[in-house]
Design a binder for this molecule. Structure first.
Ligand SMILES: Cc1cc2nc3c(=O)[nH]c(=O)nc-3n(C[C@H](O)[C@H](O)[C@H](O)COP(=O)(O)OP(=O)(O)OC[C@H]3O[C@@H](n4cnc5c(N)ncnc54)[C@H](O)[C@@H]3O)c2cc1C
Length: 367
């Protein structure tokens, strides 16, 4: 059996490993000239790690250094709005890991035969009969996996009339600082803007910031430093250690809910199927779950029945998590002073059980 995978990001490469381990012939078509990822960190939560465990890849990631779950949310002056019970979270759900994105992609890529990987190959059209037209010719397979991200050509080919991704109103900056001692991963909320920092196992700090902005606007590091200059430590210091060249800025998109993730011999996974806001840090974790679930379903059933089972299981779960992610981040982007004052007064009073509701289902997934 042969699978053609469109897109060699985290989702596509995970699918490639899963199908290869099941004895399928794999062909991965990647538009970029090389299989790599942007220079930023990524947090893998317990469910994402469990998905990688099914491929034997969770342990190498954990051995690079475990990470604590997020310590909580503070406001700009440093007062805690939500303080997580870190040990309780670990006991209940398992381990977290933060890695460089490129390290995760390298690990996945190394588990796929080199001849299966075709970089510099842009897919133009995918048909439900398993035919893929691309810049290097045409491929065909028993199954095609569209793992080509939020602006997926696979999705456009199969569902041309479905509305495309929607800009959610905020832009994101990401960068890594040189190593420095820092405890815990924290997110801080202001009015229409927030900043997060996550220590990496090698001592570097993965930082991200989000702010309400018109689509396509671009900001220099100096302006970013000014924006957060009066926020609690270590935020201004982290921004001062950032390197202008290494700051990445992207607008944030999410995908309207699709009526199906499968058509004919084709399945969508990851951001191509359910690009979501980064608020719960679940986008890649869901892509990992998708990939191992899809491989198991079509390999143990047959392609038709496996695709139906995949759609039945994955669509409700990922669409629910995407909705919760949108809701969880919304109060950080309120601008009104009375509303944000109310938010800052109310959040510390909310019962932990209510707060953990949004993430419990996400973290407890098992293959
Ligand atoms: C700021 C931010 C922080 C995040 N933090 C986290 C986090 O901590 N934890 C987490 O789990 N998730 C996080 N996410 C989400 C996560 O990054 C994505 O969900 C994940 O990378 C999606 O992987 P993917 O493989 O589906 O898509 P992508 O990573 O977009 O990969 C798609 C691949 O397809 C290729 N491609 C596209 N079009 C074509 C074509 N026509 N032909 C061939 N190839 C093509 C692209 O070049 C790319 O390599 C975050 C997202 C953002 C924006």
């Amino acid at each position: 059996m042969k699978v053609v995978i469109v897109g060699g990001g985290i989702g596509g490469l995970t699918a490639a490993v899963a199908f290869h381990q099941r004895g399928w012939q794999v062909e991965v078509l990647e538009r970029a000239p090389a299989f790599t990822e942007i220079g930023a960190g990524i947090s893998l939560q317990p469910n994402g790690l469990r998905a990688l465990d099914t491929l034997g890849l969770g342990t190498p990631l954990r051995s690079g250094g475990p990470a604590d779950p997020p310590a909580g949310i503070r406001c700009a002056n440093g007062r805690w709005l939500i303080r997580n019970d870190i040990d309780g979270l670990k006991r209940r759900f398992g381990q977290w890991v933060t890695v460089h994105r490129a390290a995760l992609v390298d690990l996945l890529r190394a588990a796929v035969p080199a001849q299966a990987l075709r970089a510099g190959t842009e897919v133009r059209e995918v048909r439900t009969d398993g035919t893929v037209r691309h810049s290097g010719g045409t491929s065909s397979a028993d199954l095609v996996v569209g793992a080509d991200g939020v602006h997926s050509a696979t999705r456009r080919s199969l569902w041309p009339h479905i509305p495309g991704p929607r800009y959610v109103g905020y832009t994101t900056w990401r960068f890594l600082t040189p190593p420095q001692p820092l405890e815990g991963s924290v997110e801080t909320w202001g009015r229409g803007e927030r900043f997060g920092h996550v220590p990496m196992p090698d001592g570097r700090v993965y930082c991200y910031a989000l702010a309400n902005a018109p689509i396509g606007s671009r900001t220099h590091l100096d302006r970013l430093r000014e924006r957060f200059a009066h926020w609690h430590g270590p935020i201004p210091g982290l921004l001062h250690r950032a390197d202008e060249e290494a700051v990445l800025q992207h607008d944030t998109y999410e995908l309207p809910e699709l009526p199906a993730y499968v058509a004919g011999k084709v399945a969508l996974l990851g951001d191509a199927a359910h690009a979501m806001t980064p608020n719960l840090g679940q986008g890649a974790c869901q892509a990992l779950e998708d990939a191992v679930t899809l491989a198991e379903a079509v390999d143990t059933l047959n392609v038709g029945a496996g695709l139906r089972a995949y759609d039945r299981v994955r669509r409700p779960r990922t669409q629910t998590i995407a909705r919760r992610s949108r809701q969880a981040g919304a109060p950080a982007h309120w601008r009104s002073p009375p509303l944000t004052a109310l938010r800052d007064a109310a959040l510390p009073l909310l019962p932990r059980a209510l707060l953990s509701r949004a993430v419990t289902d996400a973290y407890t997934w098992t293959p």
